[in-house]
Design a protein around this ligand. Structure first.
Ligand code: FES
Ligand SMILES: [Fe+2]
Length: 378
């Protein structure tokens, strides 16, 4: 994002506020309830979105040094991420190539050698098979290259590790990322580190959780006791960046900006900028830190959520620890308000009371997000 765009995004919202207007889509839309309940649809989302598109697998700071590794499930696929001796990030299916045991059981750690707990076949951090007990008599002429770990397409960009959870995938990372590349570079995520993180599971469809971040219509109601007072009522804007979305959520200080000083305006001083990276990651850029929400759908009605506070790496120090913990707690408390409502909505959908959700003209980004989902399912 360049300076001119920062200024024009603020000007647009300031103008709406001054004239008592809102950022509106053309039409009211509806979203069928089956989208959030149907197990078949969930399986299609998993295979055509979560197993086919680039997914943010980690922040680079979660693989900080040569030998760092972590394990996770993406789209139901067990994945091992490593940083090898050359410093490059690798992604593998975390399954032994001998008889299929789970290769690495730990969540994270630091080593270059991964030995299967069943018969101790051993691979290095580049995925090459390095050891087979009693190899010669038992596996004569073993082609070690054919038994390398199954590699997944992976790249490290903008301080993030992007993986496609399909060993046969041929993703076009550039096509997927180009529309948001300028913004992600501007966000400077590569200069940040992990200040705090929590993981838990919610009884809600993953799309409800994404949708909850895409409008400011609820701020003064759901968040009346937390962040609500810091935001004008029902004011935000959005723009599609390919399949991704940039939302701008102005703070009350926007009213006091002096138009004559526009050249000096900085968007993060007067608004939160939210990047919804398709399908299921949201980065909320605040003044001095970023709240990152990652969703890992488990079923149509259950989603694992990871909330991470990213802060300037140089400022993640003992003396600043309390500051980041406080910010992380504010984020967590605010999101807990959203998540309580999201779980209640899921239960409401399951009750059969409604056949559709209704998206008003303030909630256009929710419709556009669902259109992207539909596009990949088609
Ligand atoms: S299953 Fe892994 S070494 Fe046998
Ligand atoms: Fe909210």
């Amino acid at each position: 994002m360049d300076r001119a765009l920062e200024i024009s995004l603020l000007q647009e919202l300031k103008g709406l506020k001054e004239n008592g207007l809102f950022f509106l889509d053309d039409n009211v839309q509806s979203s069928p309830v089956e989208r959030y309940l149907c197990a078949d649809r969930f399986e299609r989302e998993r295979s055509r979105i979560f197993r086919r598109l680039p997914i943010i697998a980690a922040h680079a700071g979660e693989l900080p040094e040569s030998g760092s590794f972590l394990t996770r499930q993406f789209g139901g696929l067990p994945v091992l991420l490593t940083r090898d001796r050359d410093g490059a990030v690798n992604a593998f299916v975390n399954v032994c190539r001998h008889r299929g045991a789970r290769l690495v059981g730990e969540d994270r750690g630091c080593k270059h050698s991964f030995s299967c707990p069943y018969h101790a076949w051993t691979w290095n951090s580049s995925g090459a098979l390095r050891g087979v007990p009693h190899e010669k008599p038992g596996f004569p002429d073993l082609d070690r290259e054919a038994f390398a770990l199954r590699r997944l397409p992976a790249v490290e960009r903008f301080g993030l590790v992007w993986v496609v959870a399909d060993p046969d995938g041929t993703p076009d990372f550039d096509a997927f990322l180009d529309p948001i590349a300028g913004d992600l570079a501007w966000a400077g995520l590569d200069m940040l580190g992990i200040a705090a993180s929590d993981t838990f599971t919610l009884a809600a469809n993953w799309k409800l959780l994404v949708e909850g971040g895409l409008e400011a219509y609820h701020f003064k109601v759901t968040h009346k006791d937390t962040i609500g007072p810091h935001f004008p009522d029902n004011l935000s804007s959005y723009e599609m960046l390919g399949s991704h979305i940039r939302s701008v959520l102005p703070r009350t200080s926007i009213a006091y900006l002096n138009a004559g000083d526009a050249e000096g305006w900085s968007i993060r001083d007067h608004a939160n900028v939210l990047y919804s990276v398709f399908p299921a990651n949201q980065f909320l850029l605040m003044q001095d830190h970023v709240a990152w929400v990652r969703l890992h759908p488990h079923s149509s009605g259950h989603t694992e959520v990871q909330i991470t506070t990213l802060a300037p790496a140089a400022e993640i120090t003992e003396s600043r620890s309390e500051h980041w913990q406080r910010n992380h707690k504010i984020t967590s408390l605010t999101l807990a308000e959203d998540f309580a409502v999201n779980e209640a909505v899921q239960a409401g959908l399951e009750s059969g009371a409604n056949t559709v959700l209704t998206f008003g003209r303030y909630e256009g980004a929710l419709h556009r997000f669902n259109e992207e989902v539909k596009k990949f399912l088609a």
